[in-house]
Design a protein around this ligand. Structure first.
Ligand code: CAA
Length: 382
């Protein structure tokens, strides 16, 4: 693996950094307090090309490799994890699944709108009683002539109330992973109900929802991938999704380190900047090592994925380490800031609240450990 970025990657990273400094960072506290990011951010993300990363230009995408995608996710994560999540889900989990599994007609129908920010997508896998054990989900899709009729509930769905389309995983066959099929469902369909989930610890700006499908009718043309392949559709999306979450966590942690460095240099106690105290320097050093270690794991996983090598275990390692590290780093940053870290005038309180969900969604830390353990031992603990 080469650690030198290409000129295009450097330019994209610089563009993302400037864009986030202008479009996201000045508003992040206000969006967090209002519990909603400005919906106009979707169009602005599309205009700068960030909703089309990795999607072929013929479908309206902006192309680019997996590492380029991660560089942008790091910058978005540094600005606001709520904004990063909008992209990770609509583009990373849904648009890329349509590109990977869709028919030519499905790709032409959905991808240009998703890349242009005219459509937003959500990923409907988790259910009230099905989190880690995704293969046992209960949402039903029953065949009726040329159509399917979907009924059931999805829970904790990112972009849920904003999305125009939902990638819904439903049971079309027997129990277990092989009985699941994926469908692209417009959220405007009759019987498609959604309720926003409020009161979250973090990611307050992001629209998280419960989706209740009550006899939603879709044609067989809206099936994504073969019947019974839905679990594979979900897992292949999550393999890359986990790298994207990890990259976002690198950005979140880096933001905490940068803010801590700036604060520690100017904050005076005992007649000198607190950055001159060894116990503060230890905290800063620990944070810097965590950020770099997490980034290297992300880049390794992205590089393997890009080259078409197996990368699932490395994605789990990156997700496990970067998400846990982001909590440690945000918590340490709060210690550097002291009382000022506990109020939302400085960014670290929000970062700590936002970081906490990272070890839960797109596969908990425990699931990542069991996936790594299974790869190491060849023994399935699930
Ligand atoms: N790629 C391709 N195929 C895969 C795969 C992968 N990564 N992982 C599994 N499969 C296939 C297997 O090969 C197997 O098929 P075969 O029998 O044909 O070989 C089939 O799928 C079943 O696999 P498992 O036996 O491994 O399935 P399992 O029931 O033991 O579950 C699990 C494995 C890893 C625990 C899985 O259920 C899992 O990842 N759980 C976590 C769920 C999760 O991450 N949820 C996130 C929700 S989405 C979200 O958070 C988005 C958001 O809004 C932010």
């Amino acid at each position: 693996m080469d650690f030198t970025l290409t000129q295009e990657q450097e330019q994209l990273r610089a563009l993302a950094r400037t864009w986030v400094e202008r479009e996201v960072i000045p508003h992040a506290t206000e969006w967090d307090r209002a519990e909603q990011v400005d919906p106009g951010i979707v169009k602005r993300l599309a205009d700068v090309g960030f909703l089309g990363l990795g999607i072929a230009e013929e479908y309206g995408g902006s192309g680019g490799d997996m590492l380029s995608y991660c560089l942008v996710m790091e910058e978005l994560g540094r600005g606001d994890s709520s904004v990063r999540g909008i992209v990770s889900v609509s583009l990373g989990l849904v648009a890329k699944s349509i590109q990977r599994w869709g028919t030519e007609e499905q790709k032409r129908r959905w991808l240009p709108g998703l890349c242009a920010g005219e459509l937003l997508a959500c990923f409907g896998l988790t259910e009230p009683e099905t989190g880690s054990d995704a293969g046992s989900l209960r949402m039903k899709a029953v065949r009726d002539g040329d159509d399917w009729v979907l009924s059931g509930t999805k829970m904790f769905i990112t972009n849920g109330t904003w999305a125009d389309i939902a990638l819904i995983f439903a049971r079309t066959g027997g129990p277990g992973p092989k009985g699941i099929t994926a469908f692209v469902v417009p959220t405007s369909s009759d019987g498609f109900n959604r309720r926003e989930i409020k009161g979250k610890l973090g990611l307050r700006g992001q629209a998280t929802a419960e989706l209740v499908l009550d006899g939603v009718r879709v044609s067989d043309e809206q099936r994504l991938g073969p019947e019974g392949a839905g679990f594979k559709v979900a897992m292949t999306a999550l393999d890359r999704g986990r790298i994207s979450v990890a990259a976002g966590c690198v950005g979140l942690a880096r933001g905490c380190l940068e803010a801590s460095l700036e604060y520690a240099r100017q904050r005076q106690q005992f007649g000198k900047p607190i950055a001159s105290f060894q116990l503060i320097q230890e905290m800063l050093a620990d944070m810097a090592v965590e950020v770099d270690a997490a980034r290297l794991l992300v880049w390794r996983a992205a590089d393997l994925a890009q080259r078409g090598e197996p990368f699932g275990t490395q994605a789990s390692m990156a997700k496990l380490f970067a998400t846990e590290a982001s909590i440690r780093v945000a918590n340490t940053a709060l210690q550097v800031f002291g009382g000022y870290g506990y109020i939302d005038e400085f960014p670290v309180a929000k970062a700590l609240r936002d970081s906490r969900v990272m070890t839960l969604y797109e596969g908990t830390s425990q699931i990542q450990k069991l996936l790594i353990g299974r790869a190491l031992t060849g023994i399935n603990a699930f």
